[in-house]
Write a protein that binds this ligand. Structure first.
Ligand code: SF4
Length: 349
């Protein structure tokens, strides 16, 4: 009996990667999934925080996909390594701060490093790319770049659009039947949806715009603002998590106020009380706020007045708040809320 071949599939949590893995599994290949956690992934994170979305099922889509497929999933933390991909993309950015081509090269290369290690002993890598679906990384001209620059070459199989590409090693060696692979092309999702139905899948994640926050224009604006304010294009995990939460206002270059927009975000921000100066209204209902940067006492007072605008004290003579320093010192502060006219449009990051 021929030895069963082993493939590692990049699982983002979306439909395409789920189908790609399934197509190969249907051909008798042993498939395991790998998901790279960059910190920017669109997952249940914000749904879990925001109370407004609490009815929505909270799930890690990559894990959920693996469960649907009945395969093992390896989640690999690449937060530190990914910084270089995001900050210095050889192939540049897409419409926002998404370095999709470099990102794909990185992930395929990383999968190779991980999967061809002796212990794992995989024969090839599978991705859910569809030619012409994404403007940067999934074009006819860029797909060979991913195979080449990742070093994986023809051990990279894209089952959903394989028929548009030269035969890869798994096809030439007969590990998979090229005739049973697909020729999906372009942005039309109907073929994928039809295939999903054929496999009996009735549910799948549908991230708008892409698999990570870097394709989101609002998120990209906040990230650029962070880099500009700090004078360095660097970040820590807390920074990029906080960009997903709350209302961000920057009244001056040296500090930014982040206000919870609802109860779930307020609670989330409270977790940063030991990191930032924080503001908690006590006389009226209102958002919890944290101040990122180096605020002076005057800045803290001004930030409290901004917060007042978003509280129930907006029309009251005064608002009292608790100002907490990261060392635990707490002081009361009473201010007058700013009026709508006093909130400059360009403070909104
Ligand atoms: S959308 Fe994000 S995770 Fe997906 S390829 Fe682009 S940069 Fe990478």
């Amino acid at each position: 009996m021929a030895e069963q071949k082993r493939a590692v599939a990049l699982i983002s949590g979306g439909l395409d990667s789920m189908l790609a893995a399934k197509v190969v599994m249907e051909q008798g290949v042993h498939v395991e999934g790998v998901n790279f956690y960059t910190g920017f992934c669109v997952e249940g994170h914000t749904h879990a925080i925001r109370r407004a979305k609490r009815d929505r099922e909270k799930r890690n889509n990559a894990l959920w996909v693996a469960e649907q497929l009945g395969i093992k999933l390896h989640i690999v933390d690449v937060i530190e390594e990914y910084k270089d991909v995001l900050l210095n993309p050889k192939h540049g950015y897409g419409a926002n701060v998404n370095p999709c081509l470099d990102c794909k090269i990185f992930m395929v290369k990383k999968a190779e490093t991980w999967s061809f290690m002796e212990d794992n002993n995989f024969d090839f890598i599978v991705t859910g790319e569809v030619m012409g679906q994404r403007p940067m990384s999934q074009r006819k001209e860029t797909m060979p770049i991913i195979a080449r620059e990742s070093g994986v070459e023809d051990r990279l199989l894209r089952p959903l659009c394989a028929k548009h590409l030269p035969p890869t090693l798994p096809e030439r060696e007969g590990w998979v039947d090229r005739e049973a692979l697909y020729d999906f092309h372009g942005r039309n999702r109907k073929p994928q949806i039809a295939l999903a139905r054929r496999y009996g899948f009735t549910d799948w994640a549908q991230p708008a715009g892409g698999c990570c926050f870097l394709t989101n224009p609002d998120y990209a604006k906040k990230l650029r603002d962070l880099w500009e304010a700090r004078g360095t294009r660097d970040y820590e995990l807390d920074d990029i998590m906080l960009l997903k939460v709350g209302r961000h206002l920057r009244p001056a270059s040296h500090y930014k106020l982040i206000l919870g927009r609802e109860e779930g975000e307020n609670r989330y921000l409270e977790g940063y009380r030991n990191t930032f100066v924080s503001l908690k209204p006590t006389s009226h209902n209102g958002p919890f706020g944290v101040i990122d940067g180096n605020p002076s006492p005057d800045d803290i007072e001004f930030a409290a007045r901004i917060l007042g605008r978003y509280s129930q004290a907006r029309n009251a003579p005064n608002l009292t708040l608790e100002v907490r320093l990261p060392d635990g010192t707490i002081n009361p502060l009473t201010v007058r809320a700013l009026s709508a006219d006093e909130i400059a449009e360009d403070w909104h990051v």
